[in-house]
Design a protein around this ligand. Structure first.
Ligand code: SF4
Length: 408
């Protein structure tokens, strides 16, 4: 179906303010390693995105009127560096032919760092690609989970990649997955990033998602340990004057500074994961997903695959009018409403991550998850407690519910 409508032409459709925030492109689902907490189902497949799918994906976003001031393209959902550089040379040449100014587009890649060499550095520099590496900390933590298909640790090879990046003066941020094992080692993890001059770190808790059906962080006893871990990281970061930046605390500060969205519970883009088309994900074969990026490639008994169309056949307005899309949207909005009705953190969070709600609670139409307790509520509590202490508003040991109430 090809209607060439803008999204705003679809009746009663909530258009994301500022256009699409992220366009996630899956150049291939393949990954060259085999981390035991990975949620991606097709990571042994070498299929790759064709240039026609790539061009069509970006053209659909342009035609839908969803390009704002910037278009941020993220090459993800597999190991992007597992494809040859020639693939990206062709891809970037094709993008340059599209009706969008080159300086509007930024490119990012999230890599396991195993394949970085001088040639990749030249390409990354030439195209000003923002690079993120996945490193869980020192070798004894990283190698416990991030392994080759043969079961060997990957830390040594990743650190060789880090050296090559340093030699080529290419900056990068890091995402570290926090498992139960890591909770006992906040000092070692923080020191590792400090020693390696990493300027920005995201701490992803091990999630229950996709084909990762278990997490070492489930269970009532883990909540206090997670909070202790984050609190220690916060203390260490204060001693180093905020270096490295920790994404979870930055987000908490940002959320607190932005204030309340509770008068407009479905407003955009405070929470891009619940705003249709604020994040668009396109699989290697052109299949389109939106909402949480992690939904790309996943499926469920209730909805089937979380694909809502294909860029080769469907405009985004077709996608927006589709039955499955409307079903998922309505369930996600019900979940946001539940959050709005029940959660003191709603004004900071805007309704959480639909993929975590689905894979933890079995429904988009649900509220609290382990993910939000650990990555939204806990960092906000820690930052608010610290702000309260700094302002002399409270005594140490204040509980989080009181803390949140105190600033509303
Ligand atoms: S913190 Fe959790 S329960 Fe609260 S609004 Fe966010 S997702 Fe919903």
């Amino acid at each position: 179906m090809m209607t060439s409508e803008k999204i705003s032409d679809v009746q009663n459709f909530p258009v994301p303010q500022g256009g699409v925030g992220l366009l996630i492109l899956q150049p291939s689902p393949f990954c060259n390693i085999n981390c035991d907490y990975c949620y991606l189902p097709e990571r042994t497949s070498h299929k790759r995105m064709s240039i026609s799918v790539l061009k069509q994906a970006i053209e659909r976003v342009i035609t839908a009127g969803l390009v704002g001031d910037k278009l941020s393209i993220v090459w993800h959902a597999g190991e992007p560096l597992a494809l040859p550089i020639a693939f990206y040379e062709e891809a970037f040449e094709a993008i340059a032919t599209l009706p969008i100014a080159g300086d509007k587009i930024t490119h990012s890649m999230q890599s396991n760092g195993m394949l970085i060499n001088d040639e990749w550095c030249s390409f990354i520099r030439a195209h000003d690609i923002k690079l993120g590496l996945s490193i869980d900390g020192p070798a004894f933590i990283h190698d416990a989970h991030r392994k080759t298909r043969g079961g060997k640790g990957t830390h040594t090879q990743v650190m060789k990649g880090v050296e090559v990046l340093r030699k080529n003066q290419i900056d990068f941020h890091v995402i570290a997955v926090i498992t139960e094992q890591a909770l006992d080692f906040p000092d070692e993890i923080f020191q590792f990033f400090l020693d390696n001059g990493v300027r920005q770190v995201g701490l992803n808790i091990e999630e229950l998602e996709g084909v990762n059906h278990t997490s070492t962080l489930t269970g009532d006893s883990q909540g206090q340990r997670v909070k202790k871990f984050f609190r220690r990281i916060y203390e260490l970061q204060k001693k180093t004057n905020g270096f490295p930046a920790i994404r979870e605390f930055d987000r908490a500060y940002q959320a607190i500074a932005q204030g309340s969205v509770e008068d407009e519970p479905l407003s955009f883009p405070q929470n891009d994961q619940v705003a249709p088309f604020a994040i668009i994900s396109v699989a290697y074969d052109g299949s389109i997903s939106t909402f949480s990026p992690e939904l790309l490639g996943l499926k469920s008994p209730e909805y089937g695959e979380f694909y809502f169309g294909n860029v080769m056949t469907d405009d985004l307005s077709d996608v927006a009018a589709g039955v499955k899309f409307q079903h998922v949207l309505s369930d996600i909005q019900a979940g946001v409403q539940l959050c709005s009705d029940s959660c003191e953190y709603f004004s900071f969070c805007g309704g959480g991550a639909p993929s975590n709600k689905y894979y933890e609670n079995g429904s988009f139409a649900s509220a609290e998850t382990m993910f939000c307790r650990y990555t939204i509520k806990t960092p906000i509590d820690i930052v608010l407690e610290d702000l309260e202490l700094s302002l002399g508003l409270s005594l140490p040991g204040v509980e989080s519910q009181n803390t949140v109430s105190a600033v509303r």
